[in-house]
Design a protein around this ligand. Structure first.
Ligand code: DQA
Length: 146
């Protein structure tokens, strides 16, 4: 089955953006990790990034038609976007919210996620491994073994 891995604003700058917080890997490096993990898990990965909220809304709907689940790092839209919350609710596939950093250990304004109540669950704080953990969660959700 197909999993959409969606990335929001500023994640195109990974590698040079606050590497002390977000790590040295680029988004292309993380895409390669996700494709490799997808192959291991038997999941086809569609990997995208946009700085525009509406693109992410459109991709949620597209995934709802074409995919078995979504792993999303919505960046700062996590904390602001009712539209992404509504999009997650509007589709019939599981959404796993993920973050590179531990948002709960950072500024107060990162402690609230408007997306999380519409998500199946949230993974944060494991750097690029948050993506790998999210894919494994989606594998289990879409191919339950118990
Ligand atoms: C982030 C955390 C967000 O608070 C921030 O706005 C980002 C990245 C993360 O992956 O740690 O852009 O989603």
């Amino acid at each position: 089955s197909t999993i959409y891995v969606l990335n929001g604003p500023n994640l195109n700058a990974l590698g040079k953006r606050e590497p002390g917080i977000y790590g040295a890997l680029t988004l292309a490096d993380i895409e390669a990790m996700c494709v490799a993990e997808g192959a291991r898990l038997g999941l086809e990965i569609v990997f995208r990034q946009s700085n525009h909220e509406g693109d992410l809304v459109d991709w949620f709907h597209e995934a709802g038609e074409k995919a078995a689940g979504i792993a999303v790092n919505a960046g700062a839209y996590t904390h602001t976007s009712i539209a992404l919350h509504d999009a997650a609710k509007a589709i019939g596939i599981p959404v796993v919210e993920l973050h590179l950093s531990n948002v709960h250990a950072r500024e107060e304004f990162r402690h609230t996620s408007l997306l999380a109540p519409a998500a199946k669950g949230v993974i944060c704080g494991f750097g690029a491994d948050s993506y790998i953990l999210a894919l494994n969660a989606l594998k289990t959700l879409t191919h339950p073994t118990r």
